[in-house]
Design a protein around this ligand. Structure first.
Ligand code: GDP
Length: 426
């Protein structure tokens, strides 16, 4: 993955998120010097299993689990500081020392309690299936140029002054939205005063830090959250997240130029899932959908919500390959298909009777498409112990070859279980 010419890599989700990026980044981080989160907030939940322990990391890059890796939360992230502190405490309690290894961009915007109140109120009317953690309203404030950033904590009186206006505004909006909740200015001021002493020592000009690492040929991994189909520009709008999850967002959100990026690895499940509302063309009917959910443990890492499950959708992955400029694929959760005797794959769509192999721009049209399936014979044997492609059953290899051909991107990694060692490098 890394070599003399490839020192800065992006890892992105190439479906609707939850593709297993956490595990992939954990495995790849072993060879990295720096791991950077560049968008999203505490709505992303990466799950990493090490031995008998399971770590759920929402904001801290999963690279933190490797003692020699430095981690960065970039300017493109909206940060929920109390949640960050809870994660740090969890890591410390479990013997992982993060001292001097975690930096937070001083340009990152803060998610504050009033953002959560606004999120809950707007979810009642918009029903987008958000996680309710205030991420959307925090990005709205960022682009509305009324956000509060990490750097603002340096001058707490100014930050408190900003809060007077922000909290009043949030309360007006809550009233308009018919919510009985109200944010308290005093509580918010007290919160900032409490946060500052712990957050400021972690704050840095992280764009400069990443730039220097790249210049020194250190190995940098830029870790995306969510997936391409949830990108605010390229996803199934409005059922999307509030940031650019695609590889372009990595440059902006990490504070580096796009020419610094040497490659983009797209993580895909061997099937498809999505949480929340919006179309999912290859959604499997029961009992297959339920079986995929149970076997794959498809329940949200943050919310516990059951994920909607379906078959691999090549139109989605081809599209993700295009909008991300993918240079490689990592196929995860191949083992989840081990017991299926037949495995459908969606190769293209039919839209109003015509064949269609590109992603429609309109969410309403995507809701109308009928997938065109081809059916693969299952391999019906366990793959979890495979460590080389040649260890896999013939049927599983043929399946991966087909995913590669349909996606137009070479498969570089195959994950066959939750554990670190359950990975095949192609
Ligand atoms: P992320 O947000 O993309 O990191 O995805 P999540 O962490 O939400 O979901 C991935 C889940 O799948 C986690 O519970 C992982 O432990 C698990 N997982 C990752 N790779 C594999 C795999 O190859 N096989 C199986 N069975 N589970 C996997």
């Amino acid at each position: 993955m890394f070599d003399d010419k490839t020192t800065c890599m992006v890892v992105v989700g190439a479906q609707w998120g939850d593709e297993g990026k956490g595990k992939l980044v954990d495995v790849l981080a072993e060879r990295a010097d720096l791991v950077v989160r560049y968008q999203g907030g505490a709505n992303a939940g990466h799950t990493v299993v090490i031995g008998e322990s399971q770590f759920i990391l929402r904001q801290i890059p999963s690279g933190i689990l490797h003692q020699r890796v430095t981690c960065v939360i970039g300017n493109g992230v909206v940060l929920e500081p109390e949640n960050l502190f809870a994660e740090l405490d969890q890591l410390r309690d479990r013997g992982i020392d993060t001292t001097g290894r975690l930096f937070v961009s001083n340009r990152a915007h803060l998610v504050l309690p009033y953002h959560k109140l606004l999120d809950a109120a707007s979810e009642k009317s918009q029903k987008l299936g958000t996680t309710g953690r205030g991420i959307g309203p925090a990005y709205e404030d960022k682009y509305g140029r009324r956000g509060i950033r990490v750097i603002d904590l340096r001058r707490i009186e100014c930050a408190s002054h900003l809060l007077t206006d922000r909290v009043a505004r949030a309360n007006q909006l809550l009233e308009i939205m018919g919510s009985a909740d109200r944010a308290s200015l005093d509580d918010h001021v007290a919160l900032l005063e409490r946060l500052a002493p712990r957050l400021l020592p972690l704050a840095a000009d992280t764009g400069l830090l990443v730039h220097r690492a790249i210049r020194e040929k250190r190995r940098v991994l830029l870790e995306g959250a969510q997936g391409a189909l949830l990108d605010v520009d390229h996803g199934t709008y409005p059922y999307v997240t509030s940031s650019n999850t695609t590889a372009g967002g990595a440059a902006v959100g990490a504070g580096i130029g796009p020419t610094a990026i040497d490659g983009v690895l797209g993580v895909v499940k061997a099937y498809t899932t999505r949480v929340g509302n919006g179309p999912l063309p290859t959604e499997a009917e029961s009992p297959d959908g339920d079986r995929l959910r149970q076997l794959g443990g498809e329940f949200g890492a943050v919310t516990g919500r059951p994920r909607r499950c379906g078959w691999f959708d090549a139109t989605v992955v081809r599209y993700a390959a295009r909008v991300n400029g993918l240079t490689g694929l990592a196929v995860t959760k191949l083992d989840v298909l081990d017991t299926f005797s037949e495995i459908p794959v969606g190769t293209a769509y039919r839209l109003d009777g015509d064949s269609c192999d590109e992603m429609p721009s309109e969410v309403e049209a995507l809701g109308r498409v009928k997938p065109i399936y081809e059916t693969h014979q299952g391999w019906v044997s366990p793959t979890g112990t495979a460590r080389r492609l040649s260890d896999l059953p013939k049927g599983a290899r043929a399946y991966l070859d087909r995913l590669e051909a349909l996606s137009g991107v070479p498969v570089r990694y195959v994950s066959v279980g939750t554990r670190r060692d359950q990975i095949i490098e192609v």
